[in-house]
Design a protein around this ligand. Structure first.
Ligand code: NAP
Length: 302
């Protein structure tokens, strides 16, 4: 993938101005209503509206969005875990913007094992968020870059019964209650909110995003589809099996052109967390996992 080309001309100035205001809304005292989207082209307007959604207030003070870059046949990596690069530079800029707006970026153990990512913001102006690694069984070794790089901080989440130390390299290790060996996404969200995280970006991989989706823990899913057929490899989304098409999650996405790729922006209805006071109870009293996706839960916006 070539490095992102610098946008030039009046459109680039509008983008820079809108981006600066969004950053001020995310990390300063900016007012979302004053973010200037008028000068942007139609695709950029729709893209920037997704950032505005991410910054909008929510009943429980949290926003959670996930992103996957997939091929036409729904793969995010080869069988051997190679995934650079499926989508193009515009999607990478988009992901870096989501990182910069977030308080924390979370990835699963598989992604850290295969990609050894840094998860910092490099392609756009903006701060790098807290890095969160979801490794319930503590199968990652300390040689990963996230555990050697001191800034920004890294938090490793695992099952409480697997926490055998307070730190892994430069990362803090935090054990969380698991039921039946499963660390539920809602428990993760409650723990992160208790640490002051308001906006979480779930950056992959497929298994982690699928678990957050199945648990009703996403406000939005950004699925970027590249015109590419891999034909085998790791799946983007895998949810519990259904018997009939009526049970499928039918979406009404916003479709946004991102260079050669198509971004499907799907707004979802997240199951919000209980009020802050009830948080400790919720974490101590985590319910056993449901056998499959609870499809009675209204996951989608009408
Ligand atoms: N194209 C993209 O957008 C994109 C983005 C990120 C990564 N990737 C690629 O995706 C691949 C990795 O994805 P992946 O789906 O295989 O793995 P992943 O989602 O990164 O991590 C999955 C692992 O995390 C743990 N885990 C996640 N959620 C859990 C839960 N709720 N409860 C218990 N454990 C949980 C499990 O570890 P245990 O096995 O220890 O239980 C599981 O094996 C890599 O090849 C990477 O390159 C692609």
């Amino acid at each position: 993938m070539k490095p992102p080309a610098r946008e030039e001309g009046p459109q680039a100035r509008w983008i820079a101005r809108a981006w600066e205001r969004l950053l001020d809304c995310a990390h300063g005292a900016g007012d979302l209503a004053t973010v200037p989207l008028d000068g942007l082209g139609p695709e950029q307007q729709r893209l920037f509206a997704t950032y505005r959604d991410f910054l909008a207030p929510s009943p429980d003070g949290l926003r959670v969005v996930a992103h996957l870059g997939q091929s036409l046949d729904g793969r995010i990596a080869t069988e051997r875990g190679h995934s650079t690069f499926i989508t193009g530079r515009e999607d990478f800029v988009h992901m870096h913007r989501l990182r910069a707006l977030a308080d924390a970026v979370l990835v699963g153990a598989g992604t850290v094992a295969y990609d050894d990512p840094l998860l910092t913001v490099r392609l756009v102006p903006g701060p790098s968020p807290l890095r969160v690694v979801f490794d319930p069984d503590r199968r990652l070794a300390a040689d990963r870059r996230l555990f050697r790089d001191p800034e920004p901080p890294t938090l490793l989440l695992c099952r409480a019964d697997r926490q055998d130390c307070a730190r892994l390299g430069t990362a803090e290790v935090l054990g969380l209650p698991a039921q039946g060996g499963v660390l539920e996404p809602r428990t993760v969200l409650a723990a992160l909110r208790a640490r002051g995280i308001r906006r979480l970006f779930v950056e992959g991989g497929g298994m982690t995003v699928s678990r957050f989706l199945a648990a009703g823990c996403l406000d939005a899913l950004h699925l970027c589809v590249a015109p590419l057929i891999i034909g085998s490899g790791r799946a983007a989304l895998v949810l519990p099996a259904i018997g009939r098409m009526e049970e499928a999650l039918r979406l009404a996405p916003e479709v946004i052109r991102l260079g050669e790729d198509w971004l499907f922006y799907c707004r979802l209805r997240r199951r919000t967390l209980p009020a802050r006071q009830a948080q400790e109870i919720e974490m101590a009293d985590a319910r056993p996992p449901k056998p499959g996706l609870d499809r009675a839960q209204p996951l989608l916006l009408p």
